[in-house]
Each structure stands twice: as C-alpha cells, then as structure tokens.
Ligand binder design. Structure first.
Ligand SMILES: *Cc1c(COP(=O)(O)O)cnc(C)c1O
Length: 434
C-alpha cells in the first residue's frame, strides 16, 4: 500500500506546465500507466489520447522498453560524454543514421527538444562563421510555429500566439514569413510563393538559417500544410546559401504516416531535430542531426569545435531505451497502425463539422484536430473527459487526439465519441470569449 499523493503539497509548491501556482486548475493524480491506459489514484482508467504530448507511441510500459531500461540501469545509468563513449550512444547513433536521410551523418544527442533546437541554431551560426559568412547571423521562420521554451527556441515561435509574446523585448529578433496557405496535397499557393520569394530577396544575404516544422505546425496551432511549400523553401535556401533546419520533434517516428514528415516532400534538411517519441515516451532525450558539410563548417569556425555540451549528453539509460524504441519502429507495424488511425479519425471526427461550436476539423496521419469557435473551459472539459474515461488535454480553441499507435479501434472510438459529446455540450465552453 503506497501513501496517497499529497495533492495539497502539489497545489502549494509544484509548477505544472503553463499553469498558475496561485490559482491552479485541478490536477489528476496518476499512479501507473499501461498500454494506452493511465490509471488514476481512485482506480479509474483513462485512455490516453495525447500520447503524453506526442511521446508514448508504443504505449506505456512496453515490455521491450522496460527491459532495455532495466538492463542498462544495472550496468551504467550515466557517465559523462566528454572524453568517454559507450555502447548505448553508438548503437542509437547507428540506428538513427540508418533511418534518416543519407546526407544526415553527424549526430548530437541533447537532453530535450528545446535544447536540440538551440543546438541546431547554434550549429547553423557556427557553420556560417566557419565558411566565411559571419555576416549571416539572422534566422527566418514562419508564423504559427512552436519550437520550444528556451530563449533561442522562443525567438522562432509564433510571435503572437506562440506562448512567448511576454518576452518579445529580450528575444533575439527573427524574421517571420506568413503562415503557409498551401494545403496538404496541393500545389504551392501563389501567396506562399510570393511570400517566400520576398522574404529571401529581402533577408537572404543576412540569414544563417531557416527553421520550420515540416508539414505539421504543432503546439503553435495544430495546422497542416503542403509538401510543395517545403520544396520551394529548399530551393530558396540552396539559392541563397541558407541552412535549412527541420524541427521534427513532434512529427518524427511515424506520426504523420511517414517515418519523418520531410519524406512527404522528399526534401532533406541540412539539420534535423528529433525528440519527444525518440525514447517511446520513457524519458527525455533529443537529437540534432546534421550533414557532413554543416559539421565541417562548424569545426572550421574560430573555436574549431562545436560549442555545446550538456551534462547529461547522450545519457546511456535514455540511449538504450531509444534504441529499443527504434527497434520496435523498425518492425514496421506503425505503418498499418497509423494508416488505420488516420482513416478512423477521418470518419469519426467528420460529424463534428456539423456542430455549431466547431470551426474546423482536420486529420493528418495519427493526428486529429478539432478547432472550436470559442475557447473551451479547460477545467470543465477536462472533468467531462475524465468522467468519460479518456484523457484529452485541450488548449485554447484546439482539441486534438494523437493516441499511441497501439490504440485499438474500440479505444479510439471512445476518444472520438467523447470529443464529439464535449463539443456538443455547452457546459464545456467558456461563457464569454473575445
Ligand atoms: C515539444 C516541441 C519542442 C520542445 O521540446 P521539449 O522537449 O518540450 O523541450 C520543440 N519543437 C517542437 C516541434 C515540439 O513539438
């Protein structure tokens, strides 16, 4: 018998993500998790529709991941990576390089997604210095993006609704192209073509890098856009000698129906950021991959080395679990699973379009999004979902489902039904919204 979770202590002392500590919303105590289920302290089980923020793709407590963690913890949980190497890092590196595009040949193992983005931006800047283009110090991105919560990452998040507008005064200034209008499976829109040309004509000579989330803008608005945009972006980066960074921290490892979202466009970035699902949601680990050309430029800069090295770089425990997760990915079931989830989400979220409260419904891969006209009341809707046996965490006007790939069709139906019922329930919306 374990002690009950001290919720009062939690309320009084613990920050939660994007949450007030003086007027916190209720938190649900979870004591264990298995498969797609989270178990609450009171014994209720919830189907996790969020994959714990894109990460738990194989479900909780997957035996292969737990076994890898246990085996590694008995050998070595951690050792510094400065001057030392180890089998978990080498094994993970081999797997990651084998599954990503051929030119991506150098790997930096960071400790979280935001840090992987910092590393990518820093690499681009050092690369430009190393090839004698030190005047290229600026970064361009597109509106509606999300790249993390650290300072350089914040500077390329959407400047208005990117959660970080409070910090505008101290953030480095990035250049923002308009949000892409090119839809999935559509040719490049005239608007996008013009905006891209104009952005590069105006800033091309100052830019070190462009960073985008390919195909799916995640926490910045859960929007999808077409491959044609990325193809044009690649052309312009080449023409203007600008480093192209793809942030696939959310989309990597099958979520969009391809192993990596860049494969929809057949466009390869110079630098690629991975995270979230890398360890199958077991623990934190992220990766920044770069081409040999980028690495050569970085190491030709004044410092002669890449200036970054976190304490927990290439943590052996995390690397061992990540390799086990990639072995599961390489077995290939995710392809049928994601395709089946996509088809079911298309079918079962379609009826939401008829509801007065709904502005848009969109599905891509194992991602289903319902955008509402008014903001939802988070505390009420969360309780509604918990009572219906599901875990769906909305933000603002966005309700979305991205379940573990192993979700059954009956479990997925429970998620989509709960979503429909919530949207059809006036109680779940805020009284007034501006
Ligand atoms: C979550 C996310 C990040 C930040 O990752 P953390 O591990 O939370 O620091 C960066 N980019 C994208 C696209 C993300 O979805």
């Amino acid at each position: 018998m374990t002690n009950p979770i001290d919720l009062q202590f939690d309320r009084d002392h613990l920050w939660h993500p994007y949450t007030s500590t003086t007027a916190p919303l209720p938190c649900y105590p979870v004591v264990s998790a298995e498969g797609v289920y989270l178990q609450l302290e009171d014994g209720r089980c919830l189907i996790d529709g969020m994959s714990s923020w894109w990460s738990t793709i194989h479900g909780y407590q997957h035996p292969a991941l737990s076994a890898a963690a246990k085996a590694q913890i008995d050998r070595m949980s951690h050792v510094m990576f400065g001057g030392i190497t180890h089998q978990p890092a080498v094994e993970l590196g081999k797997r990651l390089l084998a599954m990503t595009a051929e030119p991506l040949n150098k790997l930096f193992l960071a400790d979280s997604g935001s840090v992987a983005v910092e590393v990518a931006l820093k690499m681009a800047l050092q690369y430009q210095q190393g090839i004698g283009a030190a005047q290229r110090t600026e970064i361009m991105t597109i509106r509606g993006g999300y790249h993390g919560d650290t300072f350089a990452a914040m500077s390329v998040c959407d400047p208005v609704n990117g959660m970080h507008s409070l910090f505008q005064a101290v953030l480095p200034k990035a250049h923002f192209l308009p949000r892409p209008t090119t839809g999935l499976h559509q040719p490049l829109s005239q608007q996008d073509a013009m905006a891209l040309e104009q952005g590069f004509n105006q800033y091309g000579g100052q830019l070190a890098a462009v960073i985008v989330e390919p195909m799916v803008q995640g926490a910045g608005g859960m929007r999808f856009y077409g491959a044609a945009y990325l193809q044009k972006l690649r052309q312009l980066c080449d023409k203007h000698q600008v480093v192209l960074i793809f942030d696939e921290i959310a989309t990597g490892f099958g979520r969009t129906g391809k192993l990596f979202a860049y494969q929809h466009a057949e466009v390869v970035p110079d630098i690629l950021c991975l995270g979230k699902a890398l360890t199958g949601g077991t623990m934190t680990l992220a990766a920044t991959l770069a081409t040999d050309a980028i690495a050569a430029g970085v190491c030709n800069s004044a410092a002669g080395v890449f200036m970054h090295g976190p304490t927990f770089m290439a943590n052996p425990l995390a690397c061992a679990v990540a390799s086990a997760s990639l072995d599961l990915i390489n077995q290939g079931q995710w392809q049928q699973q994601v395709a089946a989830i996509e088809e079911q989400l298309q079918a079962e979220l379609a009826p939401c379009r008829t509801l007065d409260t709904v502005a848009d419904v969109r599905v891509f891969g194992a991602i289903g999004v319902v955008e509402t006209k008014r903001a939802v009341d988070v505390a009420t809707i969360q309780q509604f979902f918990v009572e219906r046996g599901v875990w769906i965490r909305p933000f603002g006007k966005l309700l979305y489902i991205m379940p573990p790939y192993i979700v059954s069709s009956a479990e997925l139906r429970q998620l989509t039904n709960a979503l429909y019922d919530a949207l059809n329930n006036e109680r779940c919306f805020t009284i007034s919204d501006h």
